[in-house]
Design a protein around this ligand. Structure first.
Ligand code: 5RP
Length: 239
């Protein structure tokens, strides 16, 4: 994951095109899941395609066990016949698969568009292998705002003030609450260096978790573009 090359320019993509690319990346990742594995499942529309692909193989995967990062993922997975259990009951996972909002050439991710990034980070860290699935329009030259935040309700006005450029999600911006009942907001200021910003956000009292995922958390990125799939190995060491 050493390349600093900017992502290749994409032709204009319709909503349908993007959906097809999400499905292609998700279906490729579904092939990594085998019976008897313990697998973490992310949240979002790309993961919805993964769930559909796994659901088609529910009989074959009857001894596989899944940890879900959100109530929505748990509900869909169960409805498709997959066995969902608490992460703590499963112990270490062999694999976790999730989407992302942005991926830069160094392998930094922004996650949390769906407000589930705290659970997603815990599940990614609990997995020996963390695979990220994206449509190619998520590949960015530089990480930019917004960076999702999960914020403790207590003193949130002060937390936002301390962060400087940050707001709570309002109006149509969903979700506004995490699965834990904390508030979801976004850091909207400049990112420049993701590592510096990640350290600053982590050090701010009241920030439960931020949506920046370091390259050392990521084992592989599967990106689907109009010309096909690209697979990049990440910096997470194989265990
Ligand atoms: C949810 C996430 C999602 O993985 C991310 O927002 C990408 O979502 P989608 O697959 O719907 O584009 O981090 O918290």
């Amino acid at each position: 994951m050493a390349s600093h090359r900017a992502p290749e320019a994409l032709p204009p993509l319709s909503g349908q095109d993007v959906e097809r690319l999400k499905r292609d990346a998700a279906r490729a990742s579904a092939e990594l899941v085998h019976d008897r594995m313990r697998v973490g499942l992310g949240t979002g529309s790309t993961v919805a395609h993964l769930l559909a692909a796994l659901g088609e193989r529910a009989a074959e995967l009857r001894s596989a066990r899944f940890a879900a990062t959100s109530p929505a993922t748990a509900e869909i997975a169960r409805s498709l016949g997959l066995h969902v259990q608490d992460l703590d009951a499963l112990g270490e996972l062999e694999l976790a698969i999730d989407g992302a909002d942005q991926v830069n050439p160094d392998g930094w991710l922004v996650k949390g568009g769906g407000g589930a990034h705290t659970r997603e980070k815990i599940v990614a860290a609990a997995a020996q292998r963390f695979v990220v699935i994206v449509s190619a329009n998520k590949l960015v030259a530089e990480i930019g705002p917004p960076v999702p935040l999960e914020l403790l309700r207590f003193g949130v006005t002060h937390t936002l003030h301390e962060l400087g450029h940050a707001c709570l999600r309002e109006g149509d911006a969903v979700p506004r609450q995490s699965p834990e009942g904390n508030l979801i907001g976004d850091y909207t200021g400049p990112v420049r260096d993701p590592a510096t910003l990640a350290a600053r956000l982590s050090a701010t009292p009241g920030v439960v978790e931020h949506g920046l995922f370091a390259p050392t958390m990521v084992s592989e990125i599967i990106a689907a573009g109009p010309a096909g799939l690209t697979r990049r190995l990440g910096a997470k060491p194989a265990t």
